[in-house]
Design a protein around this ligand. Sequence first.
Ligand code: PLP
Length: 403
Amino acid sequence: MTSFDPASLLTARTQSADEGAIIRMAQKSRDLRAKGQDVVSLTVGEPDFDTPLNIQEAATKAMREGFTHYSPVAGIPELRAALSKKLKDENGLDYSPAEICLTNGAKQAISNAVLSLIDHGDEVIMLAPFWVSYEITVRFAGGTPVILHASVDEAYKVPARRIAEAVTPRTKLLILNSPSNPTGAVWSRAELEEIAAIVKAHPRMMVLSDEIYEYIMFEGKMVSIGSLPGMKERTIIANGFSKGFAMTGWRLGYTAAVEPITKAMMRMQSTITTGANQFVQRAALEALAGPRDEVEHMRQRYQQRRDMVLKGLRAIPGVKIGDIPATFYAFPDVSALLGKKAGNHVMDTTDRLCDWLVEEHGVATVPGTAFGAPNSIRLSFAASEADIEKALSRIAAALGSLV
Ligand code: PLP
């Protein structure tokens, strides 16, 4: 009998689904802790706050009232209407309820968009440093990622000129994430206008605008590219409740796009998961309409932590960091330290540096390779002030010991 290897049946697609570094580093901290080592983890990209009580109570009430059945694929009409109003009032976007689709997290919003637009050979422009899932999702769809890089000196924003140079007749999509994970960069109206002009000059190009960090901003207000003249038809908005409302585990996101695109995305979602959880959608109505004090309180706490992290990192020789106008991430460039040694260990990559930081100094961060930016490391400051303080002094001592 020939031996049967189930793994040999796996598709090529599964090979591209490697969220690697973040999961690996989070797991490494857990393993070291299980062995009794004191590890501070700044790896995870989620609020350390619990979901505000009024939102929890709305979910409980909805369950009791029987909202435990399938939802329409695009979501309950009340929430589609509330989001249409929210997008108009808060973002200057003009999408009707019929142009909105609730999804199982913003992740599904992104995959609905990519699976609906991208065929084999279509090119998708991505601005590195970027959130790793974009590249994987585009590869899933058979698309070709076209990755453009920006450095810390460019405030991690690829200049429009370089985007224009990368556009080809096969370009179909540009993925924009402002505010950005992992850099916290925010694109100004003027910068977005330049990008919009490039998109509009192309006969068949759209933007997927991931706006999930819109409520975690420390300076000014986010501008949505979809609100610029002539950009509504050219934009798919992806957003959700995970970050701003501390609702990561609830799995609720949404898209906004013109009807033919929304209908196609609904067909994708209907096949894969059906509508989002119905009592969570009722809780989201409360998130939008209820008091926002908790959202503001969390934002202020992130801002205090941002200040702590910037002060701490700026004092470390060899660490380069600009401003962090939004999000709960710091993404310092550590290229000046690469090649240095700790004993026999050479820190020739950020992967190696991050392994050493967690194994020898008890502080877990994520190497920039996970974000298409191998010269930097990501620290999440969605962690307690005490942990941040401890992590910063460990990082300073560790990096200061490299020769
Ligand atoms: N977009 C970005 C930029 C993110 O950082 C994340 C989560 O880390 C998501 C989307 C996914 O959000 P959700 O948890 O709603 O799927």
